[in-house]
Design a protein around this ligand. Sequence first.
Ligand SMILES: Cc1cc2nc3c(=O)[nH]c(=O)nc-3n(C[C@H](O)[C@H](O)[C@H](O)COP(=O)(O)OP(=O)(O)OC[C@H]3O[C@@H](n4cnc5c(N)ncnc54)[C@H](O)[C@@H]3O)c2cc1C
Length: 497
Amino acid sequence: MSSRPFPPGRYPVVVVGSGPGGLQTSYFLSRLGVEHAVLSADDGPGGMFRRFPLFERLISWTHPSADVPRGSREFEAHDQNSLIADDPDLGALVLDQIGEDHRRPARDEMASGLRAFAERASVGVRYGCRWESTRRDEDELVLVTSDGEYRCTVAIFAVGMTEPWVPPIPGLELGMHYVHVSSAPDRYEDRRVVIVGKRNSAFEVGEAIVRSGLRELTLVSPRPPDLARLARSPLRPWYLTPYDEHVRGAPGRYVLNASVERIERRGQEFLLHALDPTRPESVVVEVDDVVAATGFRAPLQDLPELGVTTVLDGRLPALTPFWESVTVPGVYFAGNVTQAAQGLRKHGVASVSSMVCGFRYNARILARHVAETVFGIRLGRPRIEPANVVPYLLGELTRAPELTMQKGYLARVLGIDAEAGIRNLGILPLEVFVDGSHDGVAATLEFDADETIRPVVYMRRRGVLNETALPPHPLRRYEDAEYGEPLDALVRPLLPS
Ligand SMILES: Cc1cc2nc3c(=O)[nH]c(=O)nc-3n(C[C@H](O)[C@H](O)[C@H](O)COP(=O)(O)OP(=O)(O)OC[C@H]3O[C@@H](n4cnc5c(N)ncnc54)[C@H](O)[C@@H]3O)c2cc1C
């Protein structure tokens, strides 16, 4: 025990969590020279992927074959699962783990890739240390843990979002939440199962138990599956067998759009009563098993009592675009929980901050933001010559993995100032630029209302913001005159002569 790093004490920053969010954040803090401690209740790295997803492979891809070098920045778009690093040898580590012919890692392959990152990048973690409560002592935050007290200026909680969340439906407690479902292959053989919920974990369980030879499967929740949203979702190709079989009328496969009134036990079976708004009477489904795939919440412990405002029935904290609590300064979040900062959500498109391929970039921005604004570490803002602005932005739109992954959420931002010239402000949340006041350009990729990917350029000149969507390209290549000329015409009035 004495060899464990980070004994209780005072640290500039404390990071809680050793899932991909915590590991990625710690890596970037270290790169910037921000001293910090990392604590985790687990006994090794990997976070949620040590347990979930229960059945299936991940929904995010790792494509081994690519026209760019492994570990390069461009390769990141081919590999949604590995953590990212400045050193190419630390990138793409999940690739080493996945078996032949697989495009998506299995859970244990993902966990091995994360373990390799923690080892090779020397991310130190105090494992077996549970954060239990929190208080403020003048300017310091105090995290009380199973090992003692940690005092810090900034706390970054990368605690994931896997605590069961169950809506108050009478009798739902008789069922089993996703996190407790048995993954034994024959557990549901020849049984009638109802799954309450119609989002990722519901379809994942549904798909898995359809394969285990169950007799009857019903998915039920009030809202119909959002097929428009699914069209943009990594879920679509992998988990939709139950829905497909329902639509095509397979016996014993039902997807109900109804609100569950109550569940009651009758002998060995359960009766689920649901209200379908198109029918005068409740629908009653008789089943052997009830699975509550009703979602998850972040384990925020006593942060709400400290003043951290929450959203979504307390499931997530309310966050600024830089992932700080809107109500308690110094309390930041990383990893999956960064999805709580929703961004602009144009055309209803959500970020992918709940997934590794999204929050790994948020982690770099967060570390830079904390280093700069809290600890006064000066970061470079390289100057760009006016003649290079258009080619640079078109190259970013074509190749930047941050823009490819976090569509409409992250942007390449250039600040333009008569005295300082054109400065590369880096990859930032688009919302930060849009809601800011400085003149400049932000380039991003967005889905339009028809699900088509387009480059979109935001410009602010003398305080007035304009937004221009450029045409889509069938091969998503934006580096020729078709894009150069209109972009040049757009940005030229803004550039210093
Ligand atoms: C069923 C399911 C399937 C998913 N599939 C994918 C997928 O295919 N691809 C993808 O990219 N994402 C997927 N996700 C999203 C997934 O949540 C994230 O990608 C990722 O695992 C979250 O990383 P994280 O570091 O934020 O949290 P986690 O991986 O959940 O790690 C949380 C860490 O915080 C620690 N912790 C929590 N509370 C405390 C405490 N009180 N004290 C000390 N330590 C604490 C935990 O021990 C753990 O180390 C899936 C999520 C679910 C629920």
